[in-house]
Design a protein around this ligand. Sequence first.
Ligand code: 26V
Length: 823
Amino acid sequence: TSKKLNVKTGMDTESIKADILSHLRYSLATDIETANKKEFYKSVVLSVMDRLHDSWLNTQKEYREKKTKKIYYISMEFLIGRLLDNALVNLNLEQEFRDACKDLGYDYEEIRDIENDAALGNGGLGRLAACFLDSMATLGLAGFGYGIKYDYGIFKQKIHDGYQIERPDDWLRFGTPWATTRPSVMYPVRFYGRSVPYTDEDGHLRFKWENTQHVYALANDIPMPGFRNGVVNNLRLWKATSPKSLDLTSFNQGEYINAVRDIELHENISRVLYPNDKIFVGQELRLKQEYFLVSSTLQDILREYKQQHDDLRDLPKYVAIQCNDTHPNLAVPDLMRILMDEEGFDWETSWDITVKTLSYTNHTVLPEALEKWPVSMLRNLLPRHLQIIYEINKRFINKVHEHFGDDVNRVRRMSIISEGEQPSVQMANLGIVGTHKVNGVAALHTDLIKKTIFRDFFEMYPERFTNKTNGITPRRWLKQCNKPLADLITSEIGDSWITHLSDLRKLDDKVNDKKFMKKYSDIKQQNKERLAAYVKENYGFELNTKAIFDIQIKRIHEYKRQLMLAIYAAAQYNYIKANPDAPVVPRTIIFAGKAAPGYAMAKMFIKLINSISDKINNDPDMEGKLQCFFLDNYSVTLAEQLIPAADVSEQISTAGMEASGTGNMKFALNGAVTIGTLDGANVEIKEEVGDENIIIFGLTVEGVEELRRSGYSSWEYYNADKALKQVIDQIRDGFFEPDHPSLFHTITNSLLDGNDYFLVLADYPAYAEAQKEVDALYSKPDEWFKVALYNTARVGKFSSDRTISDYATDIWGCEDQLNKGRE
Ligand code: 26V
């Protein structure tokens, strides 16, 4: 060609092709003739990386030069999924890379599908962190993610004979081209030892943490590009590695082998993500992981800070640290320790800096999820931190006395250390006392924490509590995953919605535009067919694309009540069997989700769903009327396939238990109709889309409270609803599992003798009615798609850009940075 190629940075197809070829040859030592798909994929990503590096470096340089306030988002989980599409969308290079792949003999989609999800999270909390990184970069905030580079992410789920089987997620088997190891960024993280008092030159009592053992934290950086704004922020993931002091001198062979084996012990800290969602298990390795993250991150933050500023007392002016749940809350005592023991500040100064710099987000009210680390474990692993926590608590209890007088019970409830058989440190209490802002993740949830678990604290520090309703990034959750809809929207109202999601309101007017509505509904159909093809190829089922696609995808948990949809599926089966000639609106029910490996009840739900599915799908009478499937190994990538194809979004948690939910937002944005309870962000979705455009049923938070207070009896509900009773009897008596008729007794026992803590039976009749409403609405396609469009048009509030702007303004004090330098 006559045009000059710019192999590393050219944004044209020819330069990109040349770069891919050059990476095949000079990075991977292969060539286009002999390379396999994996190698080609790697070269593609390396070529994308080349196109990020200038912006990545320039962005960091600009932050340094302008002394921009930095936001550090510390999280044990980042559920980022695949990165290729996202990077290309944000760089505006989708077409060029597509063409480059094609010219070199590869189909872009096939190459994209090579990438393993980076599944370093359990569910909503980790995915939220990933959406926040996208929004911080897009808004031009100097926002950095800090986490752990687990060798193994959330386990891979297989289904054998209807049961969940876990397999390790070896996502790094062939390495990841997205992560750059930074050997120059490595910090020792200390454990064990003891706290030793001494008197300093000024005669002050001080402490030293001595006789420690340590591991090293090694930085691995993943670029986080903003949407077409030249900003590239950073996600820094720490990998544990053994200290050099394990130098293997003058050992005999046995000692040498053992010493090498010890390296593995150190590296175990970053080996695997804990797969529990919302259940606290006080394992020491988990505590080590949490401190490993906090310690390395604080060292990094302070090193960076000292390069640009000279007075640590200004830390809160230039740095904000957000703790994602209580998992990083050891940042409170660790920052205190650094400021006092290493920087020589007194308690009051250190405390002031600490509280003003840190803030903490609560993501659940479920008591079993709250972290309570045994004092004995902390004493052993982090003795100096325990000592500081005791001092924080002592001073705090004095304040409680000042504030409330002598109220022994209140003091007991508010104490950071809970006494008793197994004294423990309440990490949530530590987070409230040691930070300047605590936020809930939806309006209802924030109200609840103020009234329930944190009530005493709210009475003492009302100004600390604030709501930040969750959001999702419209880049991944509309532009990338639903290209046909994104293109239609852009052709109608322009593309401002990509960064100003509320502009989708302009679509409101289109409900009466027949041509538009036809295109809108055709896209849903097309997405359903695309999903059907995907499911056929990957799972071997034929989905009925004429049916309502009714989807519940999320972690399997009793409070999320997958059981209620399963009962509904079985009740529909019974109805069709009893009324073979009655007209029914066809439905295809799809479940996906992982159960924590130790959560027996959730695992039983999976088996039950599979047993019910088998019954339904193998009965010819159901043909064209009812289907039910459990898709294994739910992931970000699978969600990207399912959500654009959904007609109905199941958001049916027991009111008060789902802090926010974010899947609910993704579905609504993609034009699914929500059937849901007044829980979490469903409440706010209803406010936005209007009461007529969401199907709400069941008990409210107050209703739940009232029912429990007045004496709930699940037996009454069981006896009162014939269809419900029939299904429960069938589950109990082995109808769905004839070879093992008592298999599901744990489930039916918890519903009946166990009195149904999650109120499935109490809400079931209202749920079945709501499902009838779904049928009726779906039978009038024009009306259905109006409702669907109102969902797409009116959920702009739930952009994570809005969420991040709110954090920036009310918590991080960096609203002046928002959209800097952008038009
Ligand atoms: C706790 C623990 C305990 C130790 C082991 C691992 C582990 C992992 C997670 C948790 C807390 C989970 C809290 C959580 O995931 N909350 C979800 O957060 C979403 C984002 O705010 C929100 O949308 C969901 O409603 C909420 O359930």
